[in-house]
Design a protein around this ligand. Structure first.
Ligand code: ASP
Length: 329
């Protein structure tokens, strides 16, 4: 029997048209499907026009909207494909990994670097590959399908701004390849008997990327407007001397602070250098280790409404979800 897939459109380049003001989303979900006739031979598809946005304009309220679309239709479909702009797709995939946990049914995000109407485009192959994955019995949970690669929703980062090879899987292997419509899967994601849906996020999370000369006043400003802060420090991790006291004090004042690295591969290890060791020894300061920044930011948004204490926040942060964190040492 043919699988039933819900196609949720949110906009992005894949659905964009040329306008005098630059590329803008304008093509409907049905229009996208009509451009790839092979999909209707593969499965039965219903369309949901959720948003028509450049993903630069997508934020936490839209992640809740996407999660609600999956939740409200979960019983009626075998899988979900979400078309999405590439710019913030990695954030949306990470957020959905926390909002829709343990799903046996695949929830696939995809998009393209070139619009579906262009002569040269990655739109059609990415869409077809996504529906192939959405129909596969062995695919579970939230993932990105792009340029012939399947990446767990918590592990993706956009690593090329123009070429078709837009996404990489960071600190974890991609779980499958697709070549000419054939799925080669190496890793099977876990799932629960029933998915766990969350309906709340706290968007008061900030990100600070250190530069030489960053100071405590900048950090205090960000935390005056946020409940949690991810600090992308240098290398395996550390802070300039002048910022340590502020970080310890703000953690004691109830702010959640996560140290990570701005280096894309291999993660943080705060304990290595004198500039990081005192932070690693403070139980109120968290460390992202091998997590992506996208996962750390969205996990904080998800756990803030759930954690009554900083100890509970730490426990939730370090509990793996969709293989977002491998190790804490
Ligand atoms: N600016 C576009 C977006 O994120 C880029 C893309 O989709 O590739 O919506």
């Amino acid at each position: 029997m043919k699988k039933r897939i819900l196609f949720i459109a949110t906009g992005g380049t894949i659905a964009s048209e040329v306008t005098s003001l630059g590329l803008k989303p304008g093509i409907s979900a049905g229009g996208l499907l009509r451009a790839v006739p092979a999909i209707s031979g593969l499965c039965d598809v219903d369309c949901l026009e959720l948003y028509s946005l450049d993903s630069t304009d997508i934020g936490p309220e839209h992640w809740l909207g996407m999660a609600a679309a999956v939740r409200e239709n979960y019983a009626s479909y075998d899988g979900f494909v979400i078309s999405h702009g590439t710019d913030t797709m990695a954030y949306s995939a990470a957020a959905l990994s926390y909002l829709v946990q343990g799903s046996r049914k695949p929830v696939i995000l995809t998009g393209a670097q070139k619009p579906i109407g262009f002569d040269t485009t990655d739109s059609r192959v990415n869409l077809l590959d996504s529906f192939i994955c959405a129909c596969a019995e062995s695919m579970h949970g939230v993932m990105i399908v792009f340029n012939g690669r399947v990446i767990l929703g918590t592990r993706a980062e956009k690593t090329h701004s123009k070429s078709f090879d837009a996404f990489s899987s960071i600190n974890y292997p991609h779980i499958a390849d697709l070549r000419d419509g054939r799925l080669m899967q190496y890793i099977t994601p876990e799932f629960l008997a029933e998915p766990v849906f969350s309906r709340e996020l706290n968007p008061r999370v900030s990100l600070m990327k250190l530069i030489p000369g960053s100071d405590a006043a900048q950090l205090e400003f960000l935390l005056s407007r946020s409940d949690a802060l991810v600090i992308e420090s240098f290398g395996v991790g550390g802070l300039p001397r002048g910022m340590h006291a502020a970080v310890h004090a703000l953690a004691r004042a109830g702010k959640l602070i996560v140290m990570t690295t701005q280096v894309q591969n291999e993660g943080s290890d705060l304990a290595v250098y004198g500039t990081g060791r005192p932070l690693s020894e403070d139980p109120l300061i968290l460390e992202a280790y091998d997590m992506t920044t996208e996962a750390a930011v969205t996990k904080l948004m998800w756990l803030l409404p759930r954690a009554a204490t900083q100890e509970e926040a730490a426990r939730l942060f370090y509990t793996p979800v969709n293989r977002d964190i491998l190790g804490t040492a």
